[in-house]
Design a protein around this ligand. Structure first.
Ligand SMILES: C[S@@+](CC[C@H](N)C(=O)[O-])C[C@H]1O[C@@H](n2cnc3c(N)ncnc32)[C@H](O)[C@@H]1O
Length: 383
């Protein structure tokens, strides 16, 4: 067992069984040993998986063009516009976007403050290093709450911002609760993690522990029957052990983002499905996967802190959450549709500059259905 396993093991032993969401939170975000605290070069070709950002600069340039088009329609009071990114990791996407805006839309660039929502001090340091050429334009906050409740000395008096809040592969990296269907008793149970000797094993969370957890964390927020409204005729034939995940952390993040958006857009780029697509007979084991050296694995409890853990986003729930906060849903597209539209618009005034074969290759990787084009979806909401 490594140090992180020992930390998780101690907490599991104290509670008997840990909800999987807590295991995932510690495995990825333990402040000292968590996967995302220690793996600066992930995502990346030499790491466990890569994202659209790692394909090359084109992804950020296309987003920058689209963001500029949107920002130019806003009329903020006072006149600062915000681009707000979360899940910025090592800051590469921010750098690609800012570099394009500075070069191609210098007037707009002068009006923009780029904010990064980043709870980790270590990742903030990585980002500061990558973005050192843009220091005066970039500002860090550890959460949306730290924008809305500024300290008395801060000059941010109006926490409602005008601009765009966005993320790439953020929501799919948030801790999920994992549930199984108990066909005999016709009810969902939550999967937890326990320690068995030197390793972690799956363990059902008992009804009494589940009700204590509900009291602690809040009832209903992660109860699958309140999220997937399944007819009793379907539940009657649902196979024993059918597995699904819920992600209250993603919903609450989206709610917090919606609350600070005064005017503009909120968008997520992520792999995920609508609730109907998620609940498919072909997906009996849910969507949680581990990624280790570019291989997907179902062994979620192995290589603690050394492998990524990720689950598909339930976009129906995210959409509903935003609408409940007063946002309007504008689009829900595949990455291929979204980026192709942007490219067509950008080509009208040659906004992207010279088109090279390297850019063609990047565009194909980003949009081809077998690569990143179909699995990734973009939800755009606005106020
Ligand atoms: C899969 S990586 C994506 C990184 C980058 N956006 C990209 O596309 O290459 C997910 C990132 O989200 C960060 N993250 C997770 N929860 C977060 C939160 N609540 N606020 C900000 N960042 C978070 C992780 O630390 C990690 O850097």
């Amino acid at each position: 067992m490594n140090t992180l396993s020992e930390i998780i093991g101690r907490e599991a032993a104290q509670h008997g069984v840990l909800p999987f969401a807590r295991f995932m939170e510690l495995a990825l975000y333990c402040p000292v040993h968590g996967y995302y605290e220690t793996k600066k070069d992930n995502p990346g070709r030499g790491g466990d998986f890569y994202t659209s950002v790692g394909v090359g600069g084109l992804f950020g340039q296309l987003l920058a063009f689209q963001f500029a088009e949107w920002l130019e329609t806003l009329n903020p009071q006072p006149s600062t516009l915000n681009l707000v990114e979360a899940g910025a990791h090592d800051g590469r996407l921010a750098r690609d976007i800012l570099a394009w805006l500075q070069l191609k839309r210098p007037k707009l660039f002068d009006q923009i403050e780029y904010w990064i929502i980043e709870p980790s001090i270590r990742r903030q340091e990585w980002q500061k290093e990558t973005l050192k050429d843009f220091t005066p334009r970039v500002r860090w906050f550890e959460s949306f709450q730290s924008i809305s409740s500024p300290n008395p000395k801060s000059e941010i008096r109006n926490p409602k911002l005008s601009g765009i809040i966005f993320s790439n592969e953020l929501l799919d990296a948030m801790p999920v609760h994992r549930f199984g269907w108990d066909a005999q008793n016709k009810k969902w149970f939550e999967w937890g993690v326990a320690v068995d000797g030197e390793k972690f094993v799956w363990a059902r969370i008992s009804d009494s522990l589940a009700s204590r957890n509900r009291e602690r964390i809040g009832a209903g927020a992660f109860d699958p029957s309140s999220i997937f409204h399944l007819p009793s005729s379907l539940l009657a034939v649902l196979p024993d052990g059918y597995t699904i995940e819920t992600c209250p952390a993603a919903e609450s993040w989206w709610r917090d983002a919606a609350k600070v958006l005064g005017q503009g857009k909120l968008l997520a780029i992520d792999y995920g499905f609508t609730a109907d697509e998620l609940f498919s007979p072909a997906r009996r084991q849910g969507t949680l996967r581990a990624y280790f050296r570019h291989h997907a694995s179902d062994d979620l409890l192995a290589n603690v802190g050394e492998q990524d853990l990720t689950a598909h986003v339930n976009f129906s729930e995210i959409q509903k959450t935003g609408e409940a906060c007063g946002l309007t849903t504008e689009n829900f597209l595949t990455q291929s549709q979204f980026l192709t539209r942007i490219l067509e618009n950008a080509a009208k005034d040659n906004s992207l500059g010279a088109w090279t074969s390297a850019r063609t290759r990047q565009f194909q990787t980003l949009t081809h259905p077998e690569h990143l084009g179909r699995a990734f979806r973009i939800l755009v909401q606005s106020r």
